[in-house]
Ligand binder design. Structure first.
Ligand SMILES: C[S@@+](CC[C@H](N)C(=O)[O-])C[C@H]1O[C@@H](n2cnc3c(N)ncnc32)[C@H](O)[C@@H]1O
Length: 311
């Protein structure tokens, strides 16, 4: 009897230990400093880069097309957002700020493919170091540590601001919009993608949805989520925006990324295993949050917002 129950006991114990690690090691937002340390840790242990590649954002999967490689879908996402936001109308050499640039995946495409002069900023020193290592010399692309809520650039110094999946880490969304639009020149382009909740005031969350939102906030250093509509209003009423903000919900194009990001570890097992047993535990630890994200985005509790407007 004991022999029969032993494997079952081990499995239960394994998941219990994981659950305890998951709860105790929550990465709650306290300040931008906690965001910096979380991304420093994610960058230094190399796990995120091995699994997600140089783009720390979701991929774009055209409707009806399946079996697209996760990493190719991420590259496609950059080109789709460039096209949708009108950035491709800017001439070569235009000055672009990549705000919340990660390890520079988008920045390098914007510099290499579109010929832009790109400055990437992130709150994480480890990401800046890694972005510089990954960027070939000669590419018009540089990186700095800077807080998006306190940009050290003159008013109107960029022809475009590009920001992908950084806004959900900002505790003050109005200040975030103020800073982006302040440093954008009149007539310049804003291209933004972000994780939003549905309008929770108009459609209050159920008890279970509240629990899910709490986990999504606390596991990945998010202070709060707001809806696409709310953030669109913040942008549209800013004194430096030309007024008309266009936003869309891209859930349908980006949702396959969640399962793909788990399958990626199965497809390329050595990318994790070669980093040692701790990497395996760390990667398993992220699975519940990824599954909750998938659930929330596919049920419409979360929305993938894209925005464009002119300075
Ligand atoms: C999900 S990652 C996206 C990275 C990158 N945009 C990409 O698509 O690969 C979020 C990024 O936002 C940055 N970030 C978060 N809060 C920030 C802040 N207050 N100031 C500057 N960067 C910030 C993080 O350091 C990280 O690089």
């Amino acid at each position: 009897m004991f022999e029969l129950l032993f494997p079952f006991f081990l499995i239960v114990l394994f998941f219990l230990v994981l659950a305890i690690i998951w709860r105790n090691k929550a990465r709650k937002y306290i300040s931008s400093g906690t965001v910096a340390s979380a991304y420093d840790a994610w960058t230094k242990d190399k796990l995120l880069e091995r699994l997600w590649g140089e783009h720390i954002h979701l991929g774009f999967y055209p409707t009806g097309k399946k079996n697209i490689d996760f990493r190719k879908a991420k590259v496609q996402f950059v080109h789709e957002l460039v096209k949708w936001s009108g950035l491709d109308k800017l001439p070569q050499g235009s000055r672009i700020l990549d705000l919340g640039c990660g390890i520079g995946g988008s920045s390098r495409i914007l510099a290499e493919y579109y010929g832009f002069n790109v400055t990437g900023i992130t709150i994480s020193p480890a990401q800046v170091k890694r972005a510089r290592e990954l960027t070939p010399s000669g590419l018009n692309c540089s990186f700095q540590v800077m807080d998006a809520l306190d940009l050290k650039f003159e008013d109107g110094s960029f022809d475009a601001v590009w920001s992908v999946e950084a806004g959900a880490h900002m505790n003050d969304k109005t200040k975030f919009a103020d800073e982006m639009l302040r440093i954008l020149r009149p007539g310049g382009y804003l291209a933004l993608a972000d994780w939003n909740s549905r309008d929770l005031r108009a459609y209050p969350p159920s008890f279970f949805e509240k629990l899910v939102l709490k986990q999504l906030l606390e596991q990945w250093v998010h202070p709060n989520f707001i809806s696409i509509h709310e953030f669109g209003n913040i942008l549209g009423t800013n004194k430096n925006s030309a007024g008309r903000v266009i936003s869309e919900n891209w859930n349908i194009y980006t949702n396959p990324s969640w399962y793909d990001s788990i399958i990626e570890g199965i497809r390329r097992p050595m990318t994790i295993l070669s980093l040692g047993p701790l990497a395996l535990i760390k990667s398993i630890r992220e699975i519940p949050t990824i599954l909750l994200m998938n659930w929330a985005f596919s049920r419409g509790l979360m929305e993938f917002g894209v925005y464009k407007c002119r300075g």
